[in-house]
Write a protein that binds this ligand. Structure first.
Ligand SMILES: Cc1cc2nc3c(=O)[nH]c(=O)nc-3n(C[C@H](O)[C@H](O)[C@H](O)COP(=O)(O)OP(=O)(O)OC[C@H]3O[C@@H](n4cnc5c(N)ncnc54)[C@H](O)[C@@H]3O)c2cc1C
Length: 393
């Protein structure tokens, strides 16, 4: 008798939710994504997809679609001190020399992931408000009065996750003391700008980075600036471009010149969490920021969410409904070691970028030697690692 296909309900249609939906479908699991907003949308800023994330997306059959909208990041990528003194190159390859970094508009990445899913997979206007489970099935409740039953529920609902409390006592997000001003500029406004470069300037408790997105048509900039006036209720808002420009007054003329072209920007308060004590509760698993919210100073939040999704798919493939609890336990045991390291390193890297060091020479040395850690990040193939882990348990 053929076994019944396992059904997964994914709560959250961000990069993590859409990635795991693709990964699960490819491994024979039925998926529905429930997203709270009426129309799937992503904010108008960039996201770097590094070799560890891109390799998995390409393996999902998305290579061509990504190539159409990704911006190649490579030549001329460098770290600088705030006055423009070169500190060293930024690594944009894995150890094999594969230049697997794309700068992407978040909306483009979201569209690529959503378009690869069959029509009715994504249910918008479904805000999850509750969760229940028994030995045989899990149920998700939505604010619109609907409910959904599934064999497994995946909480991909971001740093303010509603599902987290059904797994573990939630810890409050921790404010980093820093705010990120982000926005996009048409590349045509800066014809002299290095087209493929990811460039980062560091100093004075702040840092500023620029990289191309949308096939190089746009430049994504982010200015990280210290503030003390955050509230959890106002995490992102329209930013004040004058405030942003004033924060980088006197920096390398290239930074000042770029900021003169900015009309509007947004800001985000930067939060992370201490690693959670658990990510799974029987038929419920957390993924992405809901499981391991991290600071953006390694550009790994979305990339780690993609890795989570692939790992989950490997562990759930071929399992019956009755085997899900064990599969989720394996997922958690397998993933935590890596994401704990990345979360902690993202914090440390923020201190380097913000030049919170007694000796800048020492900081510069650490930046130069960080390529080793980056290789550890970029060389990783989560699918292979998960399959090898499975073969040993
Ligand atoms: C300044 C900055 C720069 C960054 N740069 C990078 C980068 O270059 N590379 C990188 O890899 N990462 C980067 N990140 C991190 C990255 O954006 C996040 O880690 C990633 O988006 C997390 O994806 P997610 O799907 O887990 O969560 P989210 O993107 O937050 O998605 C969660 C989704 O769930 C939905 N949702 C929430 N609650 C509910 C509910 N109750 N019911 C239904 N739906 C719900 C939300 O509407 C949303 O669509 C950056 C972050 C910041 C702040």
């Amino acid at each position: 008798m053929p076994t019944k296909r396992v059904r997964a309900a994914i709560v959250g249609g961000g990069i993590g939710g859409l990635s795991v939906a693709n990964a699960l479908l490819l491994r024979g699991i039925d998926v529905t994504v429930f997203e709270q907003v009426d129309t799937l949308r992503e904010v108008g800023t960039g996201v770097s997809i590094f070799p560890n994330g891109r390799r998995q997306l390409e393996r999902m059959g998305l290579k061509e679609a990504l190539a159409q909208v990704g911006a190649k990041v490579g030549d001329g990528s460098e770290y600088y001190r705030m006055d423009g003194t070169v500190v060293g190159p930024i690594l944009t390859t894995d150890s094999s020399g594969w230049n697997g970094v794309y700068g992407m508009h978040r909306a483009d990445l979201s569209r690529v992931l959503a378009n690869a899913l069959p029509g009715p997979t994504i249910q918008t206007a479904h805000r999850c408000v509750g969760f229940e489970q028994n030995a045989h099935v899990a149920q998700v409740k939505f604010a619109n009065g609907m409910t959904a039953e599934a064999d497994v529920v995946i909480g991909a609902d971001g740093i303010q996750s509603v599902l987290q409390k059904y797994v573990v006592q939630p810890s409050l997000p921790e404010y980093s003391g820093s705010r990120a001003y982000r926005g996009l500029l048409p590349s045509a406004k800066l014809p002299e700008w290095r087209k493929e470069a990811h460039q980062t300037w560091m100093g004075d408790g702040k840092h500023f980075m620029v990289y191309p997105v949308r096939s190089g048509q746009l430049l994504n900039y982010v200015g990280f600036v210290p503030t003390t006036d955050e509230t959890v209720e106002s995490w992102s808002a329209l930013g004040d471009r004058d405030e942003l420009a004033a924060s980088f007054e006197g920096w390398d003329p290239r930074v000042v010149g770029l900021l003169e072209k900015v009309d509007t920007c947004f800001w985000w308060g930067l939060y992370d969490r201490q690693p959670l004590t658990s990510w799974t509760n029987r038929r419920l698993a957390l993924l992405g920021d809901a499981a391991h919210a991290m600071l953006p100073h390694l550009g790994q939040g979305a990339n780690q969410a993609i890795e989570d999704g692939v790992a989950l798919a490997v562990f759930l493939e071929g399992q019956t409904s009755g085997e899900i609890v064990d599969a989720l336990r394996r997922y958690e045991a397998f993933r935590r070691e890596r994401t704990d390291v990345v979360q902690a390193e993202a914090r440390k890297n923020g201190l380097r970028y913000d030049s919170r060091y007694k000796s800048l020479e020492e900081r510069d040395k650490e930046i130069a030697s960080s390529a080793k850690f980056r290789k550890w990040l970029y060389d990783y193939d989560v699918e292979k690692a998960a399959m090898s882990y499975l073969s040993k348990v």
